[in-house]
Ligand binder design. Sequence first.
Ligand code: BGC
Length: 262
Amino acid sequence: MSNDHSPVATALGIDIGGSGMKAAPVDLISGELLDKRHRIPTPQPATPDAMAEVAGELAKSFSWSGPIGCAFPGVVQANTIRTAANLDPSWVGVDAAEVFGASTGQAVTMVNDADAAGIAEMAFGAGRGRAGVVMMITLGTGIGTAMFANGTLVPNTELGHLILDGVEAEETASARAREDGDLSWADWAPYLDAYLHEIERLLWPELMIIGGGVSSKFAKYSDALTVNAEVVPAELRNQAGIVGAAVGTRSVLGSEGPATNG
Ligand code: BGC
């Protein structure tokens, strides 16, 4: 596959997860993937060196030359990793743009994975054109959150680590918690509802967008959600991380964030 797209209007998005690293070239104007996405399992242990090699393979598989945006499942400040709850702890303190830049040979921009998903939903999905406070909540191995005020991202909100009844929300309301506990949708939904109520009690978003794999099963648990806010499933499904990572190459994340409502 060759990259014959304009470097200005496209970027390669890489979505890093605990189990897989997924990539595709993205049209930054339409938010569409320009090629089939490519997935490589996340190496275990998920160290910087091992993952850099995979990022290099992903870029090579698209013969990519141009900007690369990476969505990372942890706090990212000016490309430096501050937390890595579900990856190898040796990531903490590492400039990931430098590490992935070296293995791909391209300029790399890092963004938190939930922030990336939120950026994509605000620009092209369920949050398009929405003013006020919008909260993106991704339910996967962990819980990721992204908060927008009138379309402007407040990066690294990390509300998956809120403590509810003495336990991190991630341990009860994530998709992993449902699978590990072998819970039915009906048994799991009250944990999610309690979590959404805690977010509402503290931040009062007008719109909550539920992302992650469970967004496609929204009808199975939506009736159990009783918050005041409007709650909707994400529209970009498993592409949001890739698209948001790519769009993130256009802004200096961690300082001003992307304008998603314009
Ligand atoms: C991390 C967040 C991340 C979320 C989803 C959490 O454990 O702390 O940074 O967004 O998982 O991957």
